[in-house]
Design a protein. Sequence first.
Length: 336
Amino acid sequence: MSATAPTTPERLVDRIPSLTGAQMLAELVPPRQFTGATLESYRPDRDYPSQGAAVAAMRHFLTSAQKAKLFSRKKAPVAKPGVYLDGGFGVGKTHLLAALWHQTAGRKYFGTFIEYTALVGAVGYAPAVQLLKGATLVCIDEFELDDPGDTRLISRLLSELVASGTKIAATSNTPPNALGEGRFAAQDFLREIDSLSAKFETIRIDGLDYRRRDTGAHAIAVDDAAAAISAVQGVVTLDSFDGVLKHLAGVHPSRYVKLIEGIDAIALTGVHEFTNQTDALRFVAFVDRLYDAQIPVYAEGTPLDAVFPDDMLDGGYSKKYLRAVSRLIALTSNNA
Protein backbone atom coordinates (compact mmCIF):
# COMPACT_ATOMS: atom_id res chain seq x y z
CA MET A 1 0.00 0.00 0.00
CA SER A 2 1.22 3.49 -0.87
CA ALA A 3 1.96 5.79 2.07
CA THR A 4 -0.62 8.24 0.73
CA ALA A 5 -3.30 5.77 -0.32
CA PRO A 6 -6.53 5.98 1.69
CA THR A 7 -7.31 3.04 3.91
CA THR A 8 -10.37 1.06 2.85
CA PRO A 9 -11.63 -0.86 5.86
CA GLU A 10 -12.70 -4.47 5.73
CA ARG A 11 -15.35 -5.98 8.01
CA LEU A 12 -14.66 -8.55 10.70
CA VAL A 13 -18.11 -9.99 10.15
CA ASP A 14 -17.14 -11.00 6.61
CA ARG A 15 -14.31 -13.20 7.88
CA ILE A 16 -15.13 -16.88 8.33
CA PRO A 17 -12.01 -18.42 9.89
CA SER A 18 -11.14 -22.10 9.91
CA LEU A 19 -8.44 -23.84 11.89
CA THR A 20 -7.23 -27.45 11.65
CA GLY A 21 -5.69 -29.43 14.48
CA ALA A 22 -2.24 -29.08 12.92
CA GLN A 23 -2.69 -25.32 12.66
CA MET A 24 -3.82 -25.17 16.28
CA LEU A 25 -0.68 -27.01 17.35
CA ALA A 26 1.50 -24.64 15.31
CA GLU A 27 -0.16 -21.67 17.03
CA LEU A 28 0.86 -22.90 20.50
CA VAL A 29 3.66 -20.38 20.98
CA PRO A 30 3.87 -17.25 23.19
CA PRO A 31 2.15 -14.03 22.00
CA ARG A 32 4.38 -11.85 19.87
CA GLN A 33 4.86 -9.17 22.55
CA PHE A 34 6.67 -11.86 24.57
CA THR A 35 8.91 -13.05 21.75
CA GLY A 36 12.00 -11.84 23.59
CA ALA A 37 10.84 -12.51 27.15
CA THR A 38 13.51 -13.83 29.51
CA LEU A 39 13.73 -14.23 33.27
CA GLU A 40 16.44 -11.57 33.18
CA SER A 41 14.24 -9.05 31.35
CA TYR A 42 11.44 -9.31 33.91
CA ARG A 43 11.56 -6.22 36.10
CA PRO A 44 10.28 -6.98 39.62
CA ASP A 45 8.61 -4.16 41.52
CA ARG A 46 10.70 -3.70 44.68
CA ASP A 47 7.58 -2.77 46.63
CA TYR A 48 6.37 -6.34 46.10
CA PRO A 49 9.07 -8.86 47.10
CA SER A 50 6.93 -11.75 45.84
CA GLN A 51 7.79 -10.69 42.27
CA GLY A 52 11.51 -11.20 42.81
CA ALA A 53 10.76 -14.44 44.64
CA ALA A 54 8.70 -15.60 41.66
CA VAL A 55 11.65 -15.07 39.31
CA ALA A 56 13.88 -17.10 41.63
CA ALA A 57 11.23 -19.84 41.85
CA MET A 58 10.89 -20.02 38.07
CA ARG A 59 14.65 -20.19 37.69
CA HIS A 60 14.71 -23.02 40.24
CA PHE A 61 11.94 -24.86 38.40
CA LEU A 62 13.87 -24.51 35.13
CA THR A 63 17.12 -25.71 36.71
CA SER A 64 15.42 -28.61 38.48
CA ALA A 65 13.84 -29.77 35.23
CA GLN A 66 17.22 -29.68 33.50
CA LYS A 67 18.99 -31.51 36.32
CA ALA A 68 16.31 -34.19 36.43
CA LYS A 69 17.38 -35.31 32.96
CA LEU A 70 20.85 -36.10 34.28
CA PHE A 71 19.60 -38.59 36.85
CA SER A 72 17.76 -41.85 36.69
CA ARG A 73 14.17 -41.98 37.91
CA LYS A 74 15.37 -43.41 41.25
CA LYS A 75 17.99 -40.73 41.81
CA ALA A 76 16.01 -37.77 40.52
CA PRO A 77 15.02 -35.30 43.24
CA VAL A 78 11.38 -35.46 44.27
CA ALA A 79 9.56 -32.36 43.00
CA LYS A 80 6.13 -31.49 41.71
CA PRO A 81 5.95 -31.68 37.92
CA GLY A 82 4.23 -28.33 37.59
CA VAL A 83 4.54 -24.71 38.62
CA TYR A 84 1.51 -22.45 38.99
CA LEU A 85 1.73 -18.64 39.00
CA ASP A 86 -1.15 -17.13 40.94
CA GLY A 87 -1.68 -13.38 40.98
CA GLY A 88 -3.70 -10.46 39.73
CA PHE A 89 -3.64 -9.28 36.14
CA GLY A 90 -0.74 -7.11 35.03
CA VAL A 91 1.89 -8.44 37.46
CA GLY A 92 3.94 -10.19 34.78
CA LYS A 93 2.75 -13.80 35.01
CA THR A 94 2.58 -14.26 31.23
CA HIS A 95 6.05 -12.74 30.85
CA LEU A 96 7.46 -15.27 33.30
CA LEU A 97 5.60 -18.13 31.64
CA ALA A 98 6.88 -17.10 28.21
CA ALA A 99 10.40 -16.72 29.59
CA LEU A 100 10.26 -20.27 30.95
CA TRP A 101 9.08 -21.48 27.53
CA HIS A 102 11.88 -19.68 25.70
CA GLN A 103 14.56 -20.96 28.08
CA THR A 104 13.40 -24.58 27.98
CA ALA A 105 15.02 -26.84 25.40
CA GLY A 106 13.15 -29.43 23.38
CA ARG A 107 9.63 -29.63 21.99
CA LYS A 108 7.32 -27.34 23.92
CA TYR A 109 3.93 -25.66 23.69
CA PHE A 110 2.43 -22.41 24.98
CA GLY A 111 -1.28 -21.68 24.82
CA THR A 112 -4.30 -20.50 26.73
CA PHE A 113 -6.60 -22.89 28.51
CA ILE A 114 -9.23 -22.44 25.83
CA GLU A 115 -6.71 -23.28 23.08
CA TYR A 116 -5.95 -26.65 24.67
CA THR A 117 -9.61 -27.52 25.15
CA ALA A 118 -10.24 -26.42 21.55
CA LEU A 119 -7.44 -28.70 20.33
CA VAL A 120 -9.09 -31.65 22.05
CA GLY A 121 -12.43 -30.64 20.55
CA ALA A 122 -10.97 -30.41 17.06
CA VAL A 123 -9.00 -33.66 16.89
CA GLY A 124 -10.36 -35.75 19.75
CA TYR A 125 -8.93 -36.56 23.16
CA ALA A 126 -6.63 -39.48 22.29
CA PRO A 127 -5.12 -37.77 19.20
CA ALA A 128 -4.55 -34.58 21.25
CA VAL A 129 -2.68 -36.57 23.88
CA GLN A 130 -0.51 -38.13 21.19
CA LEU A 131 0.22 -34.71 19.66
CA LEU A 132 1.32 -33.25 23.00
CA LYS A 133 2.94 -36.35 24.52
CA GLY A 134 6.73 -36.26 24.59
CA ALA A 135 6.88 -32.49 24.95
CA THR A 136 9.43 -31.22 27.42
CA LEU A 137 7.13 -28.44 28.62
CA VAL A 138 3.48 -27.47 28.24
CA CYS A 139 2.59 -23.92 29.29
CA ILE A 140 -1.05 -23.00 29.97
CA ASP A 141 -1.83 -19.29 30.25
CA GLU A 142 -5.09 -17.95 31.72
CA PHE A 143 -6.02 -21.21 33.40
CA GLU A 144 -9.73 -20.65 34.02
CA LEU A 145 -12.18 -23.45 34.67
CA ASP A 146 -15.64 -22.23 33.75
CA ASP A 147 -17.10 -25.65 33.06
CA PRO A 148 -16.87 -28.84 35.15
CA GLY A 149 -16.40 -30.89 31.98
CA ASP A 150 -13.35 -28.87 31.01
CA THR A 151 -11.97 -29.39 34.51
CA ARG A 152 -12.13 -33.14 34.13
CA LEU A 153 -10.83 -33.00 30.57
CA ILE A 154 -7.72 -30.95 31.36
CA SER A 155 -7.04 -32.76 34.62
CA ARG A 156 -7.03 -36.07 32.73
CA LEU A 157 -4.91 -34.62 29.93
CA LEU A 158 -2.32 -33.20 32.32
CA SER A 159 -2.17 -36.46 34.25
CA GLU A 160 -1.29 -38.36 31.08
CA LEU A 161 1.32 -35.80 30.04
CA VAL A 162 2.93 -35.70 33.49
CA ALA A 163 3.05 -39.49 33.56
CA SER A 164 5.03 -39.39 30.31
CA GLY A 165 7.56 -36.93 31.75
CA THR A 166 6.22 -33.58 30.56
CA LYS A 167 6.61 -30.55 32.86
CA ILE A 168 3.62 -28.24 33.23
CA ALA A 169 3.58 -24.50 33.90
CA ALA A 170 0.42 -22.43 34.25
CA THR A 171 -0.90 -19.01 35.20
CA SER A 172 -4.24 -17.87 36.54
CA ASN A 173 -5.87 -15.25 38.70
CA THR A 174 -7.10 -18.01 41.02
CA PRO A 175 -4.95 -20.50 42.97
CA PRO A 176 -5.48 -24.11 41.87
CA ASN A 177 -7.21 -25.23 45.08
CA ALA A 178 -9.83 -22.49 44.59
CA LEU A 179 -10.69 -23.20 40.96
CA GLY A 180 -14.42 -23.36 40.43
CA GLU A 181 -15.35 -21.41 43.56
CA GLY A 182 -18.27 -19.08 43.13
CA ARG A 183 -19.16 -20.26 39.61
CA PHE A 184 -20.82 -23.65 39.99
CA ALA A 185 -21.16 -26.54 42.44
CA ALA A 186 -17.54 -27.53 42.92
CA GLN A 187 -18.59 -30.52 45.04
CA ASP A 188 -19.45 -32.48 41.88
CA PHE A 189 -15.89 -32.43 40.66
CA LEU A 190 -13.87 -31.64 43.78
CA ARG A 191 -11.80 -34.77 43.22
CA GLU A 192 -10.67 -33.48 39.82
CA ILE A 193 -9.77 -30.05 41.22
CA ASP A 194 -7.77 -31.60 44.07
CA SER A 195 -5.96 -33.87 41.64
CA LEU A 196 -5.11 -30.90 39.45
CA SER A 197 -3.88 -28.82 42.38
CA ALA A 198 -1.59 -31.57 43.61
CA LYS A 199 0.45 -31.39 40.41
CA PHE A 200 1.51 -27.78 40.92
CA GLU A 201 3.86 -25.84 43.15
CA THR A 202 1.95 -22.62 43.66
CA ILE A 203 3.81 -19.31 43.47
CA ARG A 204 1.94 -16.21 44.58
CA ILE A 205 2.76 -12.92 42.82
CA ASP A 206 1.47 -9.66 44.30
CA GLY A 207 1.68 -6.23 42.72
CA LEU A 208 0.05 -3.49 40.69
CA ASP A 209 -1.24 -3.88 37.15
CA TYR A 210 1.65 -2.52 35.10
CA ARG A 211 -0.83 -1.40 32.44
CA ARG A 212 -2.59 0.85 34.97
CA ARG A 213 0.24 2.19 37.08
CA ASP A 214 -0.68 5.67 35.87
CA THR A 215 -3.47 6.59 38.26
CA GLY A 216 -6.76 7.24 36.50
CA ALA A 217 -5.94 5.39 33.28
CA HIS A 218 -9.02 4.74 31.17
CA ALA A 219 -9.90 3.34 27.76
CA ILE A 220 -10.03 6.07 25.13
CA ALA A 221 -13.15 6.50 23.00
CA VAL A 222 -12.99 8.31 19.64
CA ASP A 223 -15.62 10.64 18.22
CA ASP A 224 -15.62 9.04 14.78
CA ALA A 225 -14.27 5.49 14.43
CA ALA A 226 -14.34 5.57 10.63
CA ALA A 227 -12.28 8.76 10.51
CA ALA A 228 -9.86 7.46 13.11
CA ILE A 229 -9.24 4.19 11.28
CA SER A 230 -8.68 5.98 7.96
CA ALA A 231 -5.39 7.33 9.25
CA VAL A 232 -4.03 3.86 10.00
CA GLN A 233 -1.81 2.20 7.40
CA GLY A 234 -2.32 -1.48 6.71
CA VAL A 235 -5.30 -3.80 7.03
CA VAL A 236 -8.08 -2.31 9.14
CA THR A 237 -11.65 -3.30 9.90
CA LEU A 238 -14.75 -1.27 10.69
CA ASP A 239 -17.82 -2.88 12.28
CA SER A 240 -20.68 -2.14 14.59
CA PHE A 241 -20.25 -3.40 18.14
CA ASP A 242 -23.46 -5.43 17.95
CA GLY A 243 -22.45 -6.85 14.59
CA VAL A 244 -19.15 -8.12 16.02
CA LEU A 245 -20.89 -9.62 19.07
CA LYS A 246 -23.31 -11.49 16.81
CA HIS A 247 -20.44 -12.71 14.62
CA LEU A 248 -18.42 -13.90 17.63
CA ALA A 249 -21.38 -16.03 18.66
CA GLY A 250 -21.00 -18.02 15.44
CA VAL A 251 -17.21 -18.47 15.63
CA HIS A 252 -15.60 -20.82 18.15
CA PRO A 253 -13.24 -18.87 20.46
CA SER A 254 -10.37 -21.10 19.34
CA ARG A 255 -10.72 -19.48 15.90
CA TYR A 256 -10.57 -15.88 17.10
CA VAL A 257 -6.82 -15.94 16.46
CA LYS A 258 -7.51 -16.61 12.77
CA LEU A 259 -10.37 -14.11 12.73
CA ILE A 260 -7.93 -11.25 13.42
CA GLU A 261 -4.96 -12.64 11.50
CA GLY A 262 -3.19 -9.98 9.43
CA ILE A 263 -5.22 -7.07 10.83
CA ASP A 264 -3.36 -3.93 11.92
CA ALA A 265 -6.22 -2.15 13.72
CA ILE A 266 -9.96 -2.53 14.31
CA ALA A 267 -12.70 0.07 14.71
CA LEU A 268 -16.03 -0.36 16.45
CA THR A 269 -19.11 1.84 16.31
CA GLY A 270 -22.04 1.94 18.69
CA VAL A 271 -20.20 0.48 21.70
CA HIS A 272 -22.53 0.06 24.68
CA GLU A 273 -22.71 -1.64 28.06
CA PHE A 274 -23.29 -5.41 28.07
CA THR A 275 -26.64 -6.80 29.14
CA ASN A 276 -25.89 -10.43 28.28
CA GLN A 277 -23.15 -12.30 30.13
CA THR A 278 -22.60 -14.81 27.34
CA ASP A 279 -21.84 -11.96 24.92
CA ALA A 280 -19.56 -10.41 27.52
CA LEU A 281 -17.56 -13.60 28.03
CA ARG A 282 -17.12 -14.10 24.27
CA PHE A 283 -15.90 -10.51 24.02
CA VAL A 284 -13.38 -11.16 26.81
CA ALA A 285 -11.95 -14.09 24.82
CA PHE A 286 -11.82 -11.86 21.74
CA VAL A 287 -10.02 -9.11 23.66
CA ASP A 288 -7.45 -11.66 24.85
CA ARG A 289 -6.58 -12.49 21.25
CA LEU A 290 -6.46 -8.79 20.28
CA TYR A 291 -4.09 -8.16 23.16
CA ASP A 292 -1.89 -11.12 22.26
CA ALA A 293 -1.58 -9.73 18.73
CA GLN A 294 -1.25 -6.13 20.01
CA ILE A 295 -3.96 -4.86 17.65
CA PRO A 296 -5.09 -1.28 18.46
CA VAL A 297 -8.80 -0.66 18.92
CA TYR A 298 -10.62 2.52 17.87
CA ALA A 299 -14.08 2.59 19.40
CA GLU A 300 -16.85 5.15 19.53
CA GLY A 301 -19.64 5.16 22.07
CA THR A 302 -19.24 3.86 25.61
CA PRO A 303 -15.54 3.70 26.59
CA LEU A 304 -14.45 0.07 26.44
CA ASP A 305 -13.42 0.00 30.10
CA ALA A 306 -17.04 0.78 31.03
CA VAL A 307 -18.86 -1.90 29.02
CA PHE A 308 -19.07 -4.40 31.90
CA PRO A 309 -21.83 -3.42 34.35
CA ASP A 310 -21.33 -3.54 38.10
CA ASP A 311 -23.28 -6.77 38.53
CA MET A 312 -20.85 -8.51 36.16
CA LEU A 313 -17.79 -6.97 37.79
CA ASP A 314 -19.03 -8.19 41.18
CA GLY A 315 -19.95 -11.69 39.97
CA GLY A 316 -18.17 -14.99 39.55
CA TYR A 317 -16.36 -13.91 36.39
CA SER A 318 -15.10 -10.61 37.80
CA LYS A 319 -11.43 -11.44 37.31
CA LYS A 320 -12.00 -12.16 33.64
CA TYR A 321 -13.78 -8.85 33.14
CA LEU A 322 -11.20 -6.85 35.08
CA ARG A 323 -8.40 -8.43 33.05
CA ALA A 324 -10.25 -7.45 29.86
CA VAL A 325 -10.66 -3.88 31.15
CA SER A 326 -6.92 -3.69 31.80
CA ARG A 327 -6.14 -4.93 28.30
CA LEU A 328 -8.69 -2.65 26.63
CA ILE A 329 -7.09 0.35 28.32
CA ALA A 330 -3.74 -0.72 26.89
CA LEU A 331 -5.14 -1.31 23.39
CA THR A 332 -6.75 2.14 23.21
CA SER A 333 -4.08 4.12 25.09
CA ASN A 334 -2.26 5.29 21.96
CA ASN A 335 -5.38 6.27 20.05
CA ALA A 336 -5.85 9.79 21.39
